[in-house]
Structure formats: C-alpha cells, structure tokens
Design a protein around this ligand. Structure first.
Ligand SMILES: C[S@@+](CC[C@H](N)C(=O)[O-])C[C@H]1O[C@@H](n2cnc3c(N)ncnc32)[C@H](O)[C@@H]1O
Length: 387
C-alpha cells in the first residue's frame, strides 16, 4: 500500500469507509462490495479498506481484540510478535525497573503496543514509511502514548534511560532466513547493542556459539509452538539460558549441562521445544529426578511417575518389537485400531507406517519409536501428564 492511500484511510472518510466494509463484508462478496463502494470512493481507497478488513480478521489470532482497531500490511502482520509473547517480555522488562524502551525496527508496532500499554515510555523507529505510519496510528487507535520516528535505526541514539529493543526481520525476498547474518539488520549490527541493557528478539534456531558473554538467551514457546529466542543484555540477564513455555509461564534455567545417561525406566518424558532448543534437557532430567536415554535424543526417563510443566509424560505400557510384522501382531493383541506414532532419531514416516500396519482394533494408542544406543526401539505408552 502507498503511504498516501494509508493516510486517506486515516481521514474521517477513510475511517467511515473501513467501518462500512467491516459491517458489510460478512454479508456481501468482496466483488459486490467493491463494485458498490467504488461508485463513491476512489478504487485504491476501496481496495485498501477491503484489504485492511481482511488483515484485521487474520490478526485476531495473533493480537486478540486489539486487531479490530489496528492497521497492517500483510508482511508486517506476519512479522508482528504474538500479543501473549510481547506481554510476557514486557512483564519481565517492567519487573526489571525499566521505564523506557526504544524499539529499533518497530514494524507496525506489535511489541511497541505491549510496551506502551504496560506504562513504559516508548519510541518506535522504523525505516519503512508505511509501517512507521501504521505503528503511529496503532498507538493512537489503542489510546496509547508514544512516538514513532521514520528513520534508519543507525541514525537514532538511544537515550540514557531507554532500553533498546530489536526484532530484526527474519525474511528476505526468498522467504524465511535462518542465518543471523542474513537478518535485517544483521547480527553484527544487533550484537553491538548487547553490551548493555538491551533486548533482542531473534530466531528460535539462534546458535548458542555466537551468544556474547554476559547475555542471557531465553527460548520461548507459546501454546506448544517454539516462537523465538529472546536475548537479554548485561544488566537484564539473570540466567545463562532459560526456557519459557507460555501461556503458563513455566520456566527452567541452566547452563546447558549435558546430563546423565542411563537405562530406559518406566516413564518417558518429552521436553517442550523451548527446553530442547535451549539445550536444557539435562537440567530438566535433573529437575525430574531422572536421566537421559541417549546423548542425542531429547527424551528424559524416570523410574517413578513424574510430571513437569515443561514436558509431556508417558508411562511405558510395554516395549514392543521394532520390526513391522511383529509390531503389527503386538498392536493387534492390544486391540489397537487408531495409532499415534511419535518418533525420534529413526527414519520412519509415521503416517505411512500407520497405513501399512492396517490396524483394525477398537482402541487408541501411542507408540514412541526411538533410536537409543544405536538401536531402534518401540514403546507402547500412555500419556500421564502434560505441562
Ligand atoms: C520483524 S519486524 C518488527 C516487528 C515488530 N516487533 C512487531 O511486533 O510488529 C522488523 C522491522 O525492522 C525494520 N527495520 C529493519 N532494518 C531497519 C533499520 N536499519 N532501521 C529501521 N528499521 C529497520 C523493518 O522494516 C521491519 O519492519
């Protein structure tokens, strides 16, 4: 969208048009609605209002009720932080005594809104003129205070009481990028901020090896999806590594201890992805009074029943043969008809295996297939706890 079209959308006429689109969109097709509205409004304004209405609908999942009053571009919405995640980040910032944040590359303001709503003084900096205008409009639409500057972040000096926040773009013209050097701004620019209290949202696959000294890396999952690694600079860092699962906020901190390895006990526990990416499976095993089953496999085992908010727990009902024919016979003996297969370290396509097994029983079951000590093993399990 062009900046002047967006600016027209913010005028009383543009707002009335957007409200009309919202009211009529559910009952009329886009085509019929567009044709009718174009009689009184310029086509680009009608197109912008129809698109905006669609994006508001899509944004609801990520941003909740706020979405209905905010403005987006398709790409900027994809890049915006989920409200649950930005709220959790903001809570930690306010608890640290932070009073002001400069959001360097604020997009349409997903994080900026959360900072402002928590009472922090906020400045957003965004080099894309449409996104900068949208971030400004979004603060206003939600009744929040804050300033948004259209500028390159390199030209803006953080004030002494402002904590810099950076959420570098993780997409280029070809799609998602997985290399911190390919982020915009790239890692070498971002890292310069991490010598002081600063916060950086980055890729969940962020490599541990390049984490600067004194910086905490926090891996965050939300509703089971691994969403980001958040880096906390000196002065805000309170642990070497942290795994956080939202919405519960359950946490585990540690150094990345490789952990003890031992025999498979009576229970298997599957760590939350945040724990796995944080490299804290060893610490989770210790917290659960268990150990790992293999140095390469993210499964914890215990002899007793244990649950942890950062793991799904399974009681081993029986170890089954791994080979397909005897596995089928064993599952038939258990009257299994509907099978869920979880696999770690084995070359199996679960859906294809389920199809080939042709089970006809009446019960539902879960089987874990795992490579342990270089041998493939199968366990019939029942889930005993989740988070
Ligand atoms: C991932 S988005 C930010 C999303 C935001 N945190 C949110 O929740 O809506 C990154 C933004 O940084 C902006 N950006 C990248 N490099 C920049 C630079 N050098 N100066 C200013 N903005 C920049 C991009 O235009 C993009 O809008």
């Amino acid at each position: 969208m062009e900046l002047d079209t967006f600016e027209q959308l913010l005028t009383p006429t543009g707002r009335d048009l957007l409200a009309e689109v919202a009211a009529r969109a559910g009952v009329e097709s886009d085509l019929a609605l567009g044709t009718s509205l174009r009689r009184d409004h310029p086509p680009e304004l009608v197109a912008a209002a129809v698109t905006q209405n669609h994006l508001r609908g899509q944004a609801r999942r990520k941003l909740g009720e706020d979405a209905a009053r905010m403005y987006f571009t398709h790409d900027a919405l994809e890049q915006a932080t989920r409200a649950s995640v930005s709220r959790a980040r903001t809570k930690r910032l306010t608890a640290s005594g932070t009073v002001a944040v400069v959001d360097l590359g604020c997009g349409i303001g997903g994080d900026l809104v959360a900072f402002a709503r928590a009472g922090l003084r906020v400045r957003g900096v965004e080099r894309d003129p449409v996104r900068a205008a949208m971030a400004r409009a979004n603060l206003g639409a939600l009744g929040l205070d804050g300033e948004v500057i259209e500028a390159d972040l390199g030209d803006v000096q953080p004030q002494t009481d402002e904590v810099p926040f950076l959420d570098p773009a993780r997409r280029d013209a070809h799609g998602r990028v997985f290399d911190p050097a390919a982020m915009t701004p790239p890692w070498d620019v971002v890292a310069q901020f991490l010598t002081r209290p600063a916060v950086v949202k980055t890729l969940p696959g962020f490599p541990h090896a390049i984490l600067p000294e004194g910086v905490e890396a926090q891996w965050v999952s939300d509703g089971g999806d691994l969403v980001e690694a958040c880096l906390w600079g000196p002065g805000l860092a309170t642990a070497p590594r942290r795994a956080t699962a939202l919405p519960s906020g359950a946490e585990l901190i540690g150094f990345g201890d490789p952990g003890e390895i031992g025999d498979v006990g009576g229970w298997l526990h599957e760590p939350d992805d945040a724990v796995i990416r944080a490299g804290l499976v060893g610490e989770l095993a210790t917290r659960m009074g268990g150990h790992l089953v293999d140095g390469h496999l993210a499964y914890v085992t215990t002899d007793e029943a244990h649950t942890d908010p950062l793991a799904r727990s399974f009681r081993i009902v029986e170890e089954l043969p791994y080979r397909e024919k005897p596995l089928r016979a064993a599952l038939t003996r258990h009257d299994v008809g509907t099978l869920t297969i979880k696999k770690r370290g084995v070359d199996v396509v679960p859906e294809q295996l389920v199809k080939r097994l042709k089970l006809k029983g009446s019960r539902t079951a879960t089987v874990i297939l795992a490579r342990i000590d270089d041998g493939a093993r199968a366990f019939l399990v029942e889930e005993t706890g989740h988070g």
